[in-house]
Design a protein around this ligand. Structure first.
Ligand SMILES: [Zn+2]
Ligand SMILES: [Zn+2]
Length: 292
């Protein structure tokens, strides 16, 4: 069973891209989403805006920040299995790929940060780090053995294998539901515009926060703390803090580093949902540029 499972995972990863060629399916989907996002602006409604904001919170906030990143990749806290699965489904609604793919790529990023083998380092170009690495397949970020090696915990779980293979299914169900409720305008706001904003916000963590911002910790990579990226990513912009303390569930380490995901984890703790929470131990008097 495990062997079959791993084989399927590996096949799926290969299918994502295993050469230097352009990934045309990804390019076409991204172009359509961007056209839909611009079209949404001509069909404004308060309902559309509210649905887009709500889904942005669910997909990028719950799915990526609380789920794929702080929970599935770094295991910085624990929640009941059903909630872990729910966060993973939310993560697929961003169209950033399935949980095994996302986790493997991100663990490789931490392992090789800004060095040879980093899937998305601005040292290879700002646009490469932002989106180019997704459009062009390169073995250095899609090595099958590496994928299996970096996400064996998820690859052992049949649900995550299924979700990784069918990561596009939840957003299709969502799009159909939005179409039934509010027609094309609601699909353009709740899917196209919302997904495009979520993608660029996440990509800015890969590009901007490895170029612009302050460095509190003298990490061996180029990671920075960037307040405006943090604002649009539920706290993920405190990226230098994160690279210095990858397993910390808390990314904003001072009172002025607004970290909505950390607040949500504290709320989950209050209700007994989140436990085993790792928090970086830092001096209360830390200031920016301490590492300078
Ligand atoms: Zn990074
Ligand atoms: Zn990380």
């Amino acid at each position: 069973m495990d062997l079959i499972t791993e084989e399927r995972v590996n096949t799926d990863v290969i299918a994502i891209s295993d050469s230097d060629r352009l990934n045309w399916i990804t390019i076409v989907v991204l172009v359509i989403l961007h056209i839909g996002a611009v079209a949404a602006l001509f069909m404004f409604s308060w309902t559309g805006l509210a649905v887009a904001l709500g889904l942005y919170w669910v997909a990028t906030g719950f799915g990526i920040s609380l789920g794929y990143h702080r929970l599935h990749t770094h295991r910085s806290y624990k929640v009941p299995k059903w909630l872990e699965y729910f966060f993973a489904i939310c993560g697929t609604l961003t169209l950033e790929g399935g949980p095994i793919f996302w986790v493997a790529v991100h663990r490789i990023h931490h392992h090789k940060s800004d060095k040879l083998g980093d899937p998305h380092s601005p040292r290879d170009g700002a646009w490469w780090a932002h989106v180019g690495w997704i459009l062009i397949g390169e073995t250095k970020h899609n090595n099958t053995r590496m994928m299996g090696k970096y996400a064996p915990d998820l690859a052992r779980d049949p649900f995550y294998v299924w979700l990784n293979n069918y990561h596009w299914l939840p957003i299709l169900v969502l799009a159909a539901a939005l179409w039934a409720i509010g027609g094309l305008p609601l699909v353009l706001w709740g899917v196209c515009l919302r997904v495009v904003c979520g993608l660029h916000a996440t990509w800015l963590v890969n590009s901007a926060t490895h170029m612009w911002g302050s460095r509190r910790f003298a990490t061996r990579d180029d990671s920075r703390n960037n307040w405006w990226v943090a604002l649009i990513t539920f706290g993920e912009g405190w990226h230098n803090n994160h690279h210095a303390h990858p397993t910390s569930a808390r990314h904003g380490l001072t009172w002025y580093e607004f970290d909505p995901s950390w607040i949500e984890i504290k709320i989950m703790k209050l209700f007994g949902i989140a436990r085993s929470i790792h928090v970086a131990k830092v001096d209360s008097g830390i200031t920016d540029r301490e590492a300078a």
